[in-house]
Structures are given as C-alpha cells and as structure tokens.
Design a protein around this ligand. Sequence first.
Ligand SMILES: Nc1ncnc2c1ncn2[C@@H]1O[C@H](COP(=O)(O)OP(=O)(O)OP(=O)(O)O)[C@@H](O)[C@H]1O
Ligand SMILES: [Mg+2]
Length: 327
Amino acid sequence: MGGRSLSADSGQLGGGPDRAESQGRARLIPFGGGKGGVGKTFIAANLAATLARAGYQVVAVDGDLEGANLHTAIGVRRPRRSVADFVSQREEDLQKLMEDTAIQNLRLIPATRPNLAHAQPSHAQRIQFIRALRQIDADFVLLDLGAGTDVTVMDYFMVCENGVVVVAPEPTSIENAYSFMRAAFYRRLRLSMVSHDVRKLVGIAMDERNERGIRTPYDLLREVESLDSAEGARFVRSMRAFRPRLIVNGVRSAADIKLGFSIRSVCRKYFAIDVEYLGYVNHDEAARASVRACRPLVDTHPRSNAAIYLTRIARKIVAQDQTEEAR
Ligand SMILES: Nc1ncnc2c1ncn2[C@@H]1O[C@H](COP(=O)(O)OP(=O)(O)OP(=O)(O)O)[C@@H](O)[C@H]1O
Ligand SMILES: [Mg+2]
C-alpha cells in the first residue's frame, strides 16, 4: 500500500494511487462501540467512501445482520446479495457477495435479511467468515458491526488488534463503550490463554463481582502468574497488543472533544487497555441530510465540518497503516 500521497487538510483525502488493483493483504478495520445509534455505520460508510475516493481499493462489509443498513448509508438502495446467504450456506464464496457501488473503488458486501427466519452465524461460520474477510483482495476492508457485546460482535471486532470503538458524548454511550472494550479485552485474553485452569480464571474475572476478589486485569495477571508463568507472559503480550482506537462522534463542545482523552486515561488506569484516540467528528446537521439522501456525507457535503473531520481520521488511518507496514 506504499507510495500514496495525501492532500493538505481539506475535505478531500486526495492524491491516491489511481489504479484498479490493491497491493497485497487488506487491512481489516471493524467498527463497534456497544451502544446503538452512536454513528458506527455513518462513520464506517464515510471513511470507506473517503478512502475509495482517494484511490484505495475498499470493501465495506455489513456485519450487522440484525440491523443491516450500511448499504443505504453508502447509496446502494436494493442490495442483491447478502452476508445472510453466506450464513445460510446458500453462497460459500464471500467474494461473490460483493457488489459494486456508485463510488469508484468501493465495493460492498451487504447484510440485508430477506428471510427473517435465517439463523445467526454459528461459531464455525464466524471463523469461516473472518477467514474469508482476510482473503479479500483490497487495501482496506471496513466492517460495520451491530450494537451490543454478543459473541458475534466480539469475534468480528477481534479481526484485528486495533478495531475502532465509536462513542457519543453522553453517559449511556460512554458506559457502553467501557463495557464493550472490557468485554473485547477479556474475550481476547481468554482465547489467547492455553491452559484450561487459566482460561477458567479469566472466565471468573469476567464477572465484575466474582468471589475470588479479582477486580482489575492487574489482579487477574497476578493470579495467572502465580498459576503459570508462561501463561503470565502470554497474558502480558496479549494485553499490550490490544490497542482499540477511539472516535468520538457527535461532538458539540470542547468538553466533548476532551472525552476521548479521559476515556484513554480511565482505560489505561483501571482496565489495562491502551486506547488510541483517533479523532472526533462534530455533530453536524449535514450528517442527517446525507443519511436522508442515502449517500455518504463526504459526497453530499464534502466541505461540511463533519466531512473534514472524517477526512482527517481517514488520513490518520492511512498514516498508521503505512507506519505498520514499514515496521
Ligand atoms: N456526526 C453526526 N452529526 C449528526 N448526526 C449524526 C452524526 N453521526 C450520526 N448521526 C445520525 O445518527 C444516526 C444514527 O447513526 P448510525 O446508524 O450510524 O448509528 P449506529 O451506531 O450504526 O447504530 P446501530 O447500532 O443501530 O447500527 C444517523 O442516521 C445520522 O442521522
Ligand atoms: Mg449501524
């Protein structure tokens, strides 16, 4: 993905590679956050459009079978295919569910559910889905997740170590963002532990009021280390690798902007989670107008404040990606 230049700070990401093929492995970015209606879909759709407009090959994937609407935010009114076909085993090849969109370089895998009786993905199907996502030929694969912290959302959030958590500046959303990150953290730990006893211990720690008195990840780490030092080392590695990225959406004041920093400190202090504050998007009536028009804001109102902030975030994502690649 190297060799792409980015324009100055404007509503445009600009100056992309301008070619029809991606280069190698796609960067997977899931968007979660616990609370419904905080703007996960809006942000995923707009970042996907911004990256595609800049010339990156992007695939936007709707991972929200219960409330699929990424297609609408991107401007695909009647999707012909769906992740539901993959789950119901009607289509085994995820790549065949991809649809072109009106935006050049942006393809979509929708998740509309014509048959409400369709089942939710099983554990094996979730693994299969994630494997298939990893094989998509693109620069970026953006995965929009549903609200909540059920196993499907959590497993999809863990397609990478630094998924994006979207939070709105209101107590209910902040509370849910914390529980979301905590749930992701413990699920991750549990999956990376090998010993049955240690996994059991992590399971116990997931209950905040557990009788063993494990209240924080640091308490848990002490117990794991005393049980098995190799597992303790694995625990620390897994803890350090987990670096969720945070976006505060719907910002109306300076205090709202600071929220990202305070969430970062709280996570570090109490949850041992190293959060990265990716940026914020202000509350903008143009956002609602774009949703009503069923098109990305970066297309309908490219000079709006929200579009400019979204572009800044896209630029940061690209820069991080280049740094990671260089490493
Ligand atoms: N920055 C913003 N300024 C103003 N309105 C916004 C902004 N971001 C999102 N919205 C509005 O909030 C609505 C809900 O956003 P969105 O559907 O993206 O939330 P969500 O987190 O994906 O919800 P769900 O969990 O139900 O999938 C949008 O339709 C849009 O009208
Ligand atoms: Mg959504």
